[in-house]
Design a binder for this molecule. Structure first.
Ligand code: GCV
Length: 673
């Protein structure tokens, strides 16, 4: 038996049902378009929706206007059905949040392409997926259609998502076979009424794998022909196919460099193939080589020389930070280094490095920190948001943003009852990057639980604090990538790997003389020089570098005197301690709102918050006991006492794959007494 699934709260699920009934009953208007009427039983949907007779340029193809008519009823106006749909969802959101429409509302999405990236494999595993198996049941498609497919589309439409990449960037070539394209078509047909286009990740070596060509060289005429034919086939099956996402020459994936060609050669070949159909290519900048002395510099080193060589329908997809989705990274300097190339940001909604679906971490503050960061490329105001919106170089028609989803087939969709907030927040941010973290979490809580302020205020406060708490207990002061290689869950500062840049020691560089990665201009890797002034100097100078990134950019002695007056060692200990105490505090907050939540969701969240607080101590124990071997300093007596020895923690083995989150009872014993 299937338990009721909540999508951004039951209210949105109900909304979805209303939309379904209204889709079936849509009459034609005189302009030949359908009217989106809504459910007449709900006061909100009783409101009128009207397609505009004359195209209103301010609204474009997806925007809407809401105005009260003379009777005081709200009316949604738009140029398109998509606009009416988004307006209806917006009205529903206002209604659920108790907001009355007084003044006229005009909403237009900021980014043109608002895309989810699924890292789902054909065998139903999800790379870095912590919410069960893949939502896409490939073995059942195209014959059997699950109701979740349409529920997924509605949930996405309600927050403005208009594209989805269905499969993992570590792409199985089989996704491009006729057999799979017929399955993809079924999903595309279900998503189309919700204004969602389907995209696929491609395997660059597909011509070799699928057609036995001798090469996949992007300049080879047979290879070019193969891609052109394949793309024609795809569009004959899915006429509005969105295009491709590509991970090339990264972590073992094939790419143009295998044939002595550049990323531009590879991207352009695919871009030329999809261009006649209006398709795009999102080419990832996540590339790095094992032998490099500083992985954080590599995206700029690879892509800056190619600036201006990419076709206009290529968008370079850049992770928010220069390394890999750590709880805090400075923004990727590549956002400020290209002038004649379209760029987009890739955020990670799934919590690969933030406690998977065991930890409650509201991610919007992290993404907003990146989007609001100023690259200074063209002087003040060249923020990452402005760059990716195309406002800095005047290429707004290619503005795009991607989020690696946290969605699976788990009953609550995202593995943790509060993790849907991140899916929701990503969509809202893609629609409007100026929305505050406070507003988004307020909206989500009201739609998902209750509008009672006695619930919303404390829980919003807790969720707003959660990202910073996670930073404190996983990577204080910019200390990054100390994760266990086992699924990137929990600490493993001692871990070894087949590649140096997959080992924590490559990043923390703990030794008798201190800790941290020296990226300064004089003694370090000079990664600071990939940032424009005044950031370059700000980060380069240890006196001005912000504490939260100090060990990202500097290698400092254990007794270095911090701005607080404490030694670096003590500052690390007390930052961990703050993280531990904050995580413990979340449990009390949740207990204080028990009466507002149903027992099922209350219990699930409570259990996980307890584990989160225990994990915070585990992180502190592992890192500080390990570093103590070098610092020879003591953990201050007013900090939480370690509960395990270094040896015990080193012996602990978490046996999980990259496709799952650990069961709570498989984690090290900790007590919160
Ligand atoms: C899909 C990190 C993750 C990988 C992921 C990769 C990427 O390295 O650990 O699982 O692969 O990023 O973004 O391509």
């Amino acid at each position: 038996m299937r338990i009721v699934k909540y999508v951004f709260g039951l209210s949105v699920a109900l909304m979805a049902m209303s939309l379904q009934s209204c889709t079936q009953a849509r009459p034609e208007n005189k302009s030949g378009h359908d009217l989106w009427l809504g459910d007449i039983t709900s006061p909100v949907f009783a409101a009128n929706k009207k397609l505009l007779d004359n195209y209103d340029k301010t609204l474009g193809d997806e925007g809407f206007r809401i105005k009260n008519n003379q009777k005081g009823d709200a009316v949604v106006y738009a140029n398109t059905e998509a606009g009416l749909m988004y307006g209806t969802y917006h009205l529903k959101r206002l209604y659920d949040c108790g907001v009355k429409v007084d003044d006229e509302i005009v909403e237009v999405p900021a980014y043109k392409y608002r895309i989810l990236n699924h890292w789902d494999n054909p065998n139903l595993t999800v790379e870095r997926g912590y919410a069960g198996k893949s939502l896409w049941k490939w073995e059942e498609l195209p014959g059997k259609i699950r109701p979740e497919y349409e529920e997924y589309a509605r949930a996405n439409a309600s927050i403005g998502i208009n594209g989805t990449v269905l499969n993992n960037v570590n792409a199985d070539p089989c996704m491009l076979t006729r057999e799979y394209l017929e399955k993809v078509k079924v999903l595309a047909d279900i998503f189309r009424p919700y204004n969602i286009k389907v995209y696929l990740s491609l395997n660059f070596a597909a011509p070799k794998h699928l057609a036995n060509l001798k090469t996949s060289d992007p300049l080879d005429k047979d290879v070019i022909k193969w891609w052109n034919d394949k793309v024609a086939e795809i569009y004959s099956i899915i006429p509005d196919f969105g295009g491709f996402l590509v991970k090339a020459n990264s972590e073992g994936q094939s790419g143009p460099q295998d044939y002595g060609r550049t990323h531009a050669d590879g991207a352009n070949m695919i871009a030329d193939a999809v261009k006649p159909y209006g398709g795009i290519v999102m080419w990832r900048a996540f590339v790095y080589a094992a032998e490099s002395p500083d992985r954080a510099k590599q995206a700029v080193e690879e892509f800056k020389p190619l600036d201006g060589q990419f076709r206009d329908n290529v968008i370079i997809q850049i992770k928010n930070g220069p390394v890999d989705f750590q709880p805090r990274e400075p923004f990727s300097p590549l956002f400020g280094q290209l002038e004649h190339t379209n760029i987009m940001a890739e955020m990670q909604i799934t919590q690969e490095y933030l406690g998977h679906s065991n930890h409650m971490v509201y991610l919007h503050p992290m993404w907003k920190e990146c989007l609001d960061s100023d690259t200074y490329q063209k002087g003040k105001g060249s923020t990452v948001a402005a760059e990716t919106l195309g406002k800095v170089h005047g290429n707004t028609e290619w503005s795009a943003i991607a989020g690696v989803t946290n969605i699976g087939d788990s009953v609550n969709w995202c593995g943790h009852q509060l993790a849907q907030a991140n899916w929701y927040a990503f969509g809202r941010m893609a629609w409007n990057p100026d929305l505050s973290s406070e507003q988004i979490i307020d909206e989500w809580l009201m739609q998902t639980f209750t509008t009672d302020r006695k619930f919303v205020e404390p829980v919003a406060k807790m969720m707003l604090a959660s990202r910073e708490a996670c930073v404190k207990y996983e990577m204080p002061l910019g200390l990054h990538h100390c994760f266990s290689g086992a699924g990137h869950y929990g600490p493993g500062p001692w871990d070894r790997s087949s590649r140096p840049d997959w080992e924590p020691a490559y990043y923390h560089k703990a030794a008798a003389d201190g800790i941290g990665f020296d990226r300064t201009s004089k003694t370090g890797s000079d990664a600071v020089s990939q940032y424009h002034e005044p950031l370059r100097s700000l980060y380069d100078n240890v006196e001005t570098c912000p504490d939260e990134l100090i060990l990202w950019f500097h290698h400092l002695p254990w007794d270095y005197k911090m701005k607080s007056g404490r030694t670096l060692w003590n500052e690390l200990c007390y930052t961990f301690e703050d993280g531990i105490q904050e995580a413990r505090g979340f449990i009390g907050t949740w207990e204080s709102v028990e009466k507002y939540v149903d027992p099922y969701r209350y219990g699930q969240v409570h259990e996980k918050l307890i584990r989160q607080a225990k994990d915070a101590i585990w992180w502190r124990d592992a890192l500080m006991l390990y570093f103590q071997q070098y610092s020879k300093m003591e953990i201050p007596s007013d900090c939480t006492k370690p509960q395990h020895t270094l040896d015990e923690l080193r012996r602990f083995r978490l046996r999980i794959s990259n496709y799952e989150t650990p069961a709570l009872d498989k984690l090290p014993d900790y007590t919160l007494e």
